[in-house]
Design a protein around this ligand. Sequence first.
Ligand SMILES: NC(=O)c1ccc[n+]([C@@H]2O[C@H](COP(=O)([O-])OP(=O)(O)OC[C@H]3O[C@@H](n4cnc5c(N)ncnc54)[C@H](O)[C@@H]3O)[C@@H](O)[C@H]2O)c1
Length: 307
Amino acid sequence: MDRKVSIIGAGMTGSTTAHWLAEREIADIVLVDIIEGIAQGKALDLQEALPVIGKDVRVTGSNEYDATAESDIVVITAGLPRKPGMSRDDLLFANAEIVRKAVEETIKRSPEAIYVILTNPLDAMAFLALKVANIPPQRVIGQAGILDSARMRAFVAMELGVSVENIHCYVLGGHGDEMVPLTQISNVAGIPLNKILSSDRLETIVDRTRKGGGEIVSLLKTGSAYYAPAVAVAQMVESILKNKHLIVPASAYLQGEYGLREMFFGVPVQLGRNGVERIIEYPLSEEEAQALKLSAQAVAENISKLK
Ligand SMILES: NC(=O)c1ccc[n+]([C@@H]2O[C@H](COP(=O)([O-])OP(=O)(O)OC[C@H]3O[C@@H](n4cnc5c(N)ncnc54)[C@H](O)[C@@H]3O)[C@@H](O)[C@H]2O)c1
């Protein structure tokens, strides 16, 4: 493969991202972790799985950042996940140090890389990554919106018994409990959600979407979700590497869009070879605009603690 994706953090989300990516056969994959053997062991196990599905990519694991040199994309998943009862924001200071180091070590070895950030609290960690890397903001993107929207799509599909392929949901805002699932633009085969579901059913789905990460944390008891977050990262990576111009909700650096500046926030973005190619501004109801404002305040508070 002439393309390379490095994943920092070979825990649950990092190794599962490697898995979804290897299946797509779009790049060689490097896993890096601080724990001796974990990245090497998972990489070798995945490498040994690939003959079964006929995929020719190289998967390597390392404790050294030199293995990441000349990556096209660096995915950052290193950090602590939530425990039951914790909010994503509780992870701020511990994960900031981990993300800072991961970006410092990777940017000098891959100065042209595009960064996809997963570590929580997501929007603040993406902001930090941008500051540390000191690269154009188009090259740093946080994953949250594809996941939150996929959760909403899953809940709508369960409720209506309709194929997930017909269900298009958009969750914007910060990756926290104040995220904003849009109910007019989200639709089932073109029919707006608020026309197809009663308001109380819709409210239940919106609420479950907002708390979707916490629901998994409380079931697992150790660690947080990984299949869905990881496949969301893989979709972003694929769109960038294949220059697909895919429009997805993701955390991007705003410079006036949606009335917000100098912060990362979940908005619809178009992803291609250069990272974020475009930020799309949806028409929002008064209520949605208000909810986004509240969500933005929560993100801005976190970011200000990092300054
Ligand atoms: N944005 C999202 O949608 C989303 C979804 C799920 C998880 N997350 C976040 O992703 C992060 C990782 O979650 P996880 O479930 O993979 O956790 P995990 O504990 O399974 O894996 C984290 C890995 O990071 C490694 N690590 C810690 N410090 C490191 C360092 N300095 N350098 C390299 N590796 C280091 C650990 O050894 C561990 O293997 C958490 O912050 C979690 O909250 C975000």
